[in-house]
Design a protein around this ligand. Structure first.
Ligand code: GLA
Ligand code: ZN
Length: 673
């Protein structure tokens, strides 16, 4: 098998399997039931370090051997994890330095998981030794399909080793203290650093406030960069240990969507195939899970693996609502529509005890095979197996790109003001959802992705701009692109220093506006947003920029109820062959819809109302796969002009009028001429 080429082996359909929590004589029965449910893959060995190495240097792989053989005999593919996601108790006890110190300054003694200090050389050494042995032993296994390093890298450590390494990292970056002090603007509140040893990361006993924001934003962002890089080094170390014995199978680690801790764009080039775990909140709109899939696909602009989802319910939300009949199927097809090659669950068999005993599973205790969940999994597995394999080589098609940036996420959320609570992801979602509800597909890109070919590029709340981004956008608009940026964008440089020439100043000519003042309004102080002809376009709350034209045309201004009704809320500027839009206010749904309409006006994109269903396209060579997904629990009849083909799930020839069952999906296959 070629690297990244999971597609050729048929759609992976499986999940985490932790049979070491159960008596071994139950394994065969599990596997029989899983096979009957059309499961063809198992992710194993995720948390088994203590079994594989019960005492330092003493290895025992006999149980894993038996499990591997059993799976092989039964034709089940294996995604093999490296087991380093949780430290064995002996290690935490014998070498306390492998344990993390948390943000409160408390040293973890042992236990839980995702708990290793990334800068502990002992942890690194012991992890490498283990992973090399695993790789050597299992690399040639016929049913191995991919490597899964550690598990859900997350969280930071604040121990002395990390502090020492951080100081070193800063010395490499800034060379001298004067550069560092300037970059962090550390004369603020007498924070000037006069000796490298005075540096301690922002934590609750130092510069972090109880609301999670810290005094010197530059220091906060640097610590996040440093920890994200430290964890990446851990991943790379294990990947190298695997590659020493196996150059063929792809190496992945399971990401967590828009989670804050790690700059996934920085990690992506080092990951052979992106995989991620999707756990939408029970009341999330379908646009949320769609957005997360698009973000994960965007990391490499390639298909990904859905590594985990629950087949019915989680156990870690305040309320763990059951997925409704067919909802899991709908969410699985949504993942596929947005670029997934492979649908996996957490987990294949319910835990009999422990912190996850109430988490959903394919095989529950009791009469598992007669459960609703089992039947739904079985049906989905059968359908997935029947899909054409070239679907997995296909590419998602989008003409709109949204820029996502972890550094802006960190910078924006560390800002104190203009609103107390500002969620970067929620603001991005506001823009994503407006496109989603208008039937327009979106790709996520980084600040430096080549934007050629996109009809529209949006940079919502892109708080921090660097030279590369400014050059990228300038090139894009010059050559005819349409660019929209928004409130709370272009505030600061990469060190979170406000642009002294003014907000947005690096793109001032391109945008043709300036902003001197910025209002922030509560939910019950909404302002009308009005077009030039006096039409009410929507309402705004939250941030409202007082936008002053410096050449741009005003598209909408604020209502008479505020003193700045002569200021624009939305502008557009013609710049060389392109157009640059600015949206200065947090718009409601109607306002967003009108904004999207303005943005795509005169392009090949159409706004169609698709609030409760989605249409997404994957294209492979000469084939087009159009997924039409009913995202609600009610029957819908939708009309999509120009669409026709054979539905792969019902084998019916369909044309324009599509009947959708509650949470139903249609996958139309058509030829591209
Ligand atoms: C994460 C982890 C799994 C499991 C699930 C439960 O995704 O990777 O080990 O804990 O959450 O939802
Ligand atoms: Zn540490």
């Amino acid at each position: 098998m070629e690297l990244n080429d999971l597609g050729k082996i048929s759609m992976l359909f499986g999940g985490d399997y932790n049979p070491e929590q159960w008596p071994e004589d139950s394994w065969q029965d599990d596997i029989d039931k899983l096979k009957r449910a059309n499961i063809n893959s198992a992710t194993i060995n995720v948390f088994s370090w203590a079994l594989l190495e019960p005492r330092e240097g003493e290895y025992d792989f006999t149980q894993l051997d038996r499990l591997f053989e059993l799976l092989e005999k039964n034709g089940i593919n294996v995604i093999l994890a490296t087991s380093t996601g949780a430290l064995p108790m002996w290690m935490s006890t014998k070498y306390p330095e492998v344990n993390r110190v948390n943000v409160e300054g408390i040293k973890q003694k042992q236990g839980k998981r995702h708990n290793a200090c990334p800068n502990s050389w002992l942890f690194q050494k012991l992890a490498r030794q283990l992973v090399e042995r695993i790789a050597k032993k299992y690399a040639k296994k016929g049913n191995l399909v991919a490597w899964h390093v550690s598990n859900e890298y997350e969280g930071y450590c604040y121990c002395n080793q990390c502090v020492e390494e951080f100081r070193q990292w800063l010395q490499n970056k800034y060379k001298n203290l004067s550069n560092l002090n300037q970059s962090w603007n550390s004369n603020f509140w007498s924070h000037t650093i006069n000796d490298w040893n005075e540096i301690i990361p922002p934590m609750l006993t130092t510069d972090l406030f109880s609301n999670g924001k810290s005094v010197l934003s530059g220091a906060e962002i640097d610590y996040r960069r440093f920890q994200s890089e430290s964890l990446l080094k851990n991943f790379m170390l294990e990947k190298k240990a695997i590659k020493k014995f196996d150059r063929n199978h792809p190496v992945t680690t399971n990401f967590m969507g828009s989670k804050k801790d790690i700059d996934y764009f920085k990690w992506a080039p080092h990951i052979d195939i992106i995989s991620w775990d999707s756990y939408p909140m029970p009341d999330d709109k379908a646009s949320k899970s769609a957005m997360e899939h698009d973000l994960m696909r965007g990391l490499k602009q390639k298909p990904f693996i859905l590594m985990e989802q629950t087949p019915n319910q989680q156990n870690w939300y305040p309320f763990n609502k059951l997925k409704q009949p067919n909802e899991m199927r709908m969410l699985s097809y949504q993942a596929l529509a947005h670029g997934a090659n492979g649908i996996n669950f957490f987990q294949l068999k319910q835990s009999r005890s422990g912190a996850e005993k109430f988490h959903g599973a394919v095989l529950t205790v009791g009469d598992a095979v007669n459960s609703r969940t089992y039947r739904e999994v079985q049906k989905l597995g059968k359908e997935l197996a029947s899909l054409p394999t070239d679907l997995q080589d296909s590419k998602f098609k989008a003409e709109v790109a949204i820029v996502f940036d972890w550094e802006s996420y960190w910078g924006l959320e560390n800002s104190i003001g203009p609103l107390e609570e500002l969620s970067y992801v929620d603001e991005v979602q506001r823009f994503y959802k407006a496109f989603y509800d208008s039937g327009i597909s979106v790709d996520f890109v980084s600040k430096t992705t080549n934007l050629e070919g996109y009809t529209v590029v949006v940079a919502p709340v892109l708080y921090m701009w660097n030279d590369e981004f400014v050059a990228n956008i300038t090139k894009y608009v010059k050559s005819g692109g349409r660019f929209l940026t928004t409130y709370l964008s272009g505030i600061a440089n990469e060190n979170d220093q406000i642009f002294v020439e003014g907000y947005l100043s690096p793109l001032q000519k391109l945008l043709g506006i300036k902003i001197d003042e910025r209002d922030a309004r509560s939910e019950n102080e909404a302002i009308n947003i009005v077009s030039n002809k006096g039409r009410l376009l929507g309402k705004a709350t939250g941030v409202c920029d007082l936008v002053i034209s410096q050449g741009a045309k005003s598209v909408a201004h604020y209502g008479k109820e505020v003193f700045y009704s002569d200021c624009s809320a939305i502008t557009v500027n013609d710049f060389e062959k392109g157009k640059a839009f600015y949206c200065g206010a947090g718009l409601d749904t109607t306002g967003m819809k009108n904004l999207i309409q303005q943005l795509v006006d005169g392009t090949s994109l159409d706004v169609v109302n698709s609030v409760n269903f989605e249409v997404s396209t994957r294209i492979s060579n000469n084939k087009k796969y159009t997924f039409i997904i009913n995202t609600i629990d009610q029957t819908q009849d939708v009309k999509i002009s120009g669409i026709k083909g054979v539905d792969l799930l019902s084998n019916k020839e369909l044309c324009e009028k599509i009947h959708l069952e509650p949470f139903g999906t249609v996958i139309l296959k058509s030829e591209i001429d």
